[in-house]
Each structure stands twice: as C-alpha cells, then as structure tokens.
Design a protein around this ligand. Structure first.
Ligand SMILES: Cc1cc2nc3c(=O)[nH]c(=O)nc-3n(C[C@H](O)[C@H](O)[C@H](O)COP(=O)(O)OP(=O)(O)OC[C@H]3O[C@@H](n4cnc5c(N)ncnc54)[C@H](O)[C@@H]3O)c2cc1C
Length: 392
C-alpha cells in the first residue's frame, strides 16, 4: 500500500530507503517469523542493530532508552513496508513483545539491563508461553515457579517456542500461586536460555524447517529480579503482549506482494492448451478477488495503526486484522498451488521449481499463521464476545 505521507513520515521513509541502500545485508528475507540459519545470525544481529542505531527501529522509545521520543505508530508501519518492498529481512524474535512489556511493567533495573541489549540486538528473545496442554487455553499452563531464597526455581515444559534454539533470553509465563484462581496465579519472568536446566529440542515443521522448539525447564534457578511486574500479574502482562503480537503479523508477510508475484507468474506461464494463464477469464477473476482482499487486509491493518496513533485502538481490532490477513494469505498461496499445479510442489532445491521454490514454502507456511498468536477459532470467539458483545 502507498501512503500519502506527512513531511515527518516522508522524511522517515527516505531515511529508511537510504539506510537500506547503504547497509543492505546479504541475507535472504524470510517469510514470517522464520529463523535465520545460524551462520547468518551474526550478520542478522548486525543488520537489526543497525536499524535501531539509525533510529529506524524503536524510534518511538523514550529518549532515555535510545528512542526519539516521537510516538508515531506510522513509523513502524512505514519501516515494515519499506523492508518488505526492498526484500530485506525484518527483525525476528520476541523483542517487540518484551520491550512493550518492560516499558509498562519492568523495573528500572530490568530496563537498564535489557533495553540497550535489545537495541544492539546482542540479545535475541523467545516467547515461552504455550505448553503441551495450554495453547488456546493459555491460562491452564502448568509450569511452576516456586520461591527459593531470593529467587525462583522453575519447572515445566514449553512448546512451539519459535527461535528458542537461537535465543539468548526467554519471556516466560509460569504459575507462582497454585492455590490462586487459574488466571490470578500466573507471573511473568525473564529466563537466561543458557542457564543450567534449560533444554531446547527443535521441532520440525511441515516446511521441513525447525523454527520452533520444545523447551524443558528442569529446576531452572532464576535470580532475584527475574520477575517482570508483580506476582500474579502475568496474565495481564500476557494479554497486553499478545495484542501487540497479533497486530504485527499482517506486516510480517504482506499478501499484496504475494498476489502481485502471482500475477507476474500468470503473465508468463501457459496452461496445457498453450493459453497464457493471465489471458484466462477465470484466472483474472480469481486474481482480482485475491488482490482486492489483500488490499482490504492492508487497509484494515493501516486503519488499526491510525487508530492506535490517535490513542483509540480497540481490543478486538488486532484479532480482526490477524484473521483477515491469515485467511487471505492462505487463500492466495492455495490458489498459487492450484494454478501452478504440480510445479508448485517443487521445493527450492529443485531446478524446475517456479520462483526458486517460493510457492511450496509459502503454501506450507501459510497454515501456521492461522494458528500462531492465537488460533483463528479463538480469535473469532474474541471478536464475537468483545467486539460484538455476543454471549460466551
Ligand atoms: C508457527 C507457530 C509459531 C508459534 N510460536 C510460538 C512461540 O514462539 N511461543 C509460544 O508460546 N507459542 C507459539 N506458538 C503456539 C501457538 O500460540 C499455539 O499453537 C496456539 O495458541 C494454539 O494452541 P495449541 O497448538 O495448543 O492448540 P489447541 O489449543 O490444542 O487447539 C486445537 C484446536 O482446537 C481449537 N480450539 C481450542 N479451544 C477452542 C475453543 N474454546 N473454541 C473453538 N475452538 C477451539 C483451536 O482453534 C485449534 O484449532 C506458535 C504456533 C505456531 C503455529
């Protein structure tokens, strides 16, 4: 989507473009929240750190923590747009969830320790929320943190933890009061992923990659100062972090770009009768529908950003955007697979693969967006209850 920017935003946009032109990393842009190869990690950290030090990422942070003090959510939106258009990577990890949480709930010491290292990208964070029996029903989590001297001992298991295998720190939810009600007994913590007792086991996803993991926490000792906020405040902290996560997925992996790419393919591919796909009426109609949906999704995301900028965002905006995005995305790549037929199943290692195997990966990866950051069924419930006021 193209904006008609104010002078301030236009200046910011030009600064992003200039930075990309001079610092462009030799790294692939990965769809979604994919983990980079370990060999690329140092370059990845340097690139993301450069976006912070140039004031392009985290520009809305308070001046004392390295930001410009200008709070304009449009800046993040513009940054994501420009990174996607230039096909350069965006920052991975749970840094965005963590910095928002630290600003709101963190102690001065936690801010001083962690915020500079988020900006330099010396620390990569993962999100230790989901458990084998606590995904949609996150408040059912069973990992415990019991007081031990001035710290805590954590015991339990997490699952689906994206980036845990490359993360330095984890943003953990654990039960600190087993006698309190389900939601009230949870607290939030910072975990050093290299601490004794932390074991990370990669899980292979449908694309063949291992981006997420099981994490076993076997009597891991957390020092004093590891808790974020107060005991029992974990549920409130998790809800505020998840709202931030949902509102961002639309900008990770824009659907408009995918449909435009597909239009390009339709223009240069013929079907079995020798007709160019783009000359077929049914193909043009489907592409038109998909493009309209993709644009509507973008605009809805943009409206959410504008509402946030005016201080009036609503709790059900982010779930609506995430629903729209993940379903438009899934439909676009499913249609790509239909259109390309058997060609679509060729992976990146196959010389016959169209677009270097992009469509196989995009298709397989798209399902994940309908589950991550809250499954679409759960988000529909949220929209119905909070947005439309329907009974539970
Ligand atoms: C790509 C990816 C990355 C992820 N990364 C992370 C991460 O970094 N950190 C982390 O903590 N978690 C992560 N997750 C986990 C994610 O948050 C959970 O998968 C999600 O919350 C769903 O939980 P579950 O998998 O346990 O499914 P379940 O909760 O077992 O749900 C199974 C099915 O039942 C449906 N269902 C459940 N309850 C209801 C209900 N009340 N009404 C209607 N339908 C219902 C669900 O919609 C789903 O279709 C990731 C997941 C994916 C796919």
């Amino acid at each position: 989507m193209r904006l008609a920017p104010t002078d301030e935003i236009r200046e910011f946009q030009l600064a992003v473009r200039a930075h990309i032109a001079t610092h462009r990393p030799d790294l692939p842009r990965l769809p979604g929240t994919r983990s980079p190869d370990s060999v690329d990690l140092p370059a990845y950290r340097a690139w993301c750190g450069s976006l912070f030090s140039a004031g392009l990422m985290g520009s809305d942070w308070p001046v004392e923590w390295g930001g410009s003090g200008v709070t304009n959510p449009l800046r993040d939106f513009v940054l994501d747009e420009e990174l996607a258009a230039a096909q350069v990577p965006r920052a991975i990890g749970a840094w965005n969830l963590v910095c928002g949480t630290l600003f709101e709930y963190g102690s001065e010491r936690q801010k001083a320790t962690h915020l500079p290292r988020i900006r330099s990208f010396d620390d990569l964070w993962c999100q230790l929320f989901s458990e084998p029996e606590a995904g949609s029903d996150l408040a059912a989590l069973r990992t415990t943190a019991r007081v031990d001297g001035d710290g805590w001992i954590v015991h339990g298991q997490k699952v689906w933890t994206t980036h845990a295998h490359i993360a330095d720190l984890g943003f953990l939810l654990a039960r600190t009061d087993p006698l309190a009600s389900k939601h009230a007994g949870i607290s939030a913590f910072i975990v050093d992923m290299s601490a004794p007792g932390v074991t990370v086991r990669p899980l292979r996803d449908i694309t063949g990659a291992s981006d997420f993991n099981e994490v076993f926490l076997d009597d891991v000792r957390l020092p004093a100062g590891a808790m974020i906020g107060a005991p029992g405040q974990g549920w409130e902290i998790a809800r505020s972090a998840l709202a931030r996560e949902r509102s961002h997925s639309v900008r990770e992996d824009p659907v408009v770009a995918k449909v435009e790419r597909l239009v390009g393919i339709a223009g240069r591919t013929a079907d079995s009768t020798g007709t160019t796909l783009a000359d077929r009426r049914d193909v043009r109609q489907r592409l038109g529908q998909l493009y309209a949906r993709a644009r509507a999704t973008d605009l809805l995301g943009f409206e959410g950003v504008l509402r946030e900028a005016s201080g009036a965002d609503r709790s059900y905006d982010a779930p609506v955007v995430k629903l729209m995005f993940s379903e438009a995305n899934l439909d676009a790549v499913t249609y790509a697979a239909e259109l390309l037929g058997e060609q679509a199943v060729h992976g990146e290692d196959d010389p016959q693969a169209p677009d270097d195997g992009y469509w196989q990966k995009a298709w397989l990866f798209a399902r994940g967006y309908t589950i991550s950051a809250g499954s679409n069924e759960i988000l529909r419930n949220l929209v119905a209850e909070r947005g439309l006021g329907l009974p539970r």
